[in-house]
Design a protein around this ligand. Sequence first.
Ligand code: FAD
Length: 485
Amino acid sequence: MTAAGLSRSLGGLGLSITLVESDAIGTVGVGEATLPHIRDFNRIVGIDERDMMSRTAATIKLGIEFRDWGRPGDRYMHPFGTYGETIGPAPFHHYWLKERANGGQTAALGDYSLPIVAGWNGRFEPPSAQEGMLAYNYAFQFDAGLYAAYLADVAQAAGVKRQEGRIVETRRSDAGDIVSVVLDSGQVIEGDLFVDCSGFRALLIEQELQTGFEDWSHWLPCNRAWAVPCAIGAESTPFTRATARDAGWQWRIPLQHRIGNGHVYCERYSTDQGALDVLMGNLEGTPIAEPRQLVFKTGKRRQMWNRNVVAIGLSGGFLEPLESTSIDLIQTGILKLIDLFPTDRCELADVSEYNRLMDLEYGRIRDFLLLHYVANQREGLPFWDDMRHMELPASLAAKMDAFRSRGLTPDYSDGLFLLQSWLSVFIGQNIIPETLDPRVDTMSAGERQAHLERIHSTLLESAEGMEEHLSFIHQYGASFKQSGA
Ligand SMILES: Cc1cc2nc3c(=O)[nH]c(=O)nc-3n(C[C@H](O)[C@H](O)[C@H](O)COP(=O)(O)OP(=O)(O)OC[C@H]3O[C@@H](n4cnc5c(N)ncnc54)[C@H](O)[C@@H]3O)c2cc1C
């Protein structure tokens, strides 16, 4: 992604970009669910969506369904879209909450969101509106390895040199900057700027520069996962699913030709074998590969950009995959690097600004992930009891207080996650505000109910008019084609 992004965006500057990859080491090999911003990235690098979908076995993703996260049996979706529309001076959810508080027969909040209604009905069509209740966005569930290979082609077509080989040595100038890396073949690759995309190894940013790591495992203690693909069972849904388990949660990511599954857990609350048994016991189809274990630590590098090294991807940090944020963070890192790309040398002001922006992103995502864990009513399970009673980061405590007391949701101008995302989790996990926006009372109960019914039926009708998810993919010309087929 980095090589493709830089070469396509900055190619005109006459840069010489070399991508070093080691087939012997390989990639982490998981990561299949994305966020809608990836569509912007695809546009920036000039990718045709249909072609990309057919080369990566991609399905459509309209959101993430959460099962059993509040109370066992609960189900809600975090959609890539809005809830309802503006029907009065207060935000929409206050009218819905008012109706609910008055004992009205209102539908679930999710029934007022088109991507949720469409997703649960297994339907999709590209959005026809930019705003209002019919507006939404979508992302992809794809084979990330195939996506990377696809982008390697894009990057090479844009002039990037791809060098296969293992980096065995790093050389630095007297001032401490990295001047070159040495491959196992003895080849020396010199550079002015190095982007460390070496994954958890953090070859340059940590092994060489010892930048330091901010460990966030006391907030997000899950530190292991088992991953296994299986044959498609019931359906290839246009959404990812995250189901709470006793010591973590299980993902289900349907692609066109298989389903990606994984169980993220905390080793303090489950043995490895126990976690594997949970995963294998909850597959909907026959496993099609051996399960693989991954070990990780939640947190981030103290500086994502240090000297002349920028860490992008897992080398910069890792926040567990609950909200599919890693690939999105890669994209954010690339786009911010493009904005601040050094002309002559790395200026301290640019480096500080890059680090400030990335810290902001990581911090917001951390709080959002944590909300899913602390807002649980899964009593009697040690992992969930401990999560419920943990000491929160002040930034999250303030957001939860604001919602609990008045139904206020964080409202950033950009970045992850926006108002509707927070609302999904608050309501989906049974955090109900104590007081509502008083302006809801300027509307009569009859008028409010009429609006709610109108929106609900419009969305239902709109979703029913959409194509069935997989037939949309086929008609769109995005059916999976193996490379060379
Ligand atoms: C359990 C789990 C689930 C995940 N699920 C999702 C998800 O659903 N959605 C999402 O967005 N993200 C997800 N992620 C994150 C996602 O997998 C990564 O963000 C993504 O794969 C990018 O990884 P990377 O390129 O940083 O590192 P890697 O994939 O590890 O790639 C590192 C690269 O560096 C090269 N390299 C390393 N050392 C050397 C060396 N010495 N010499 C030469 N080359 C070297 C390797 O060959 C490789 O090409 C998940 C991660 C985990 C652990």
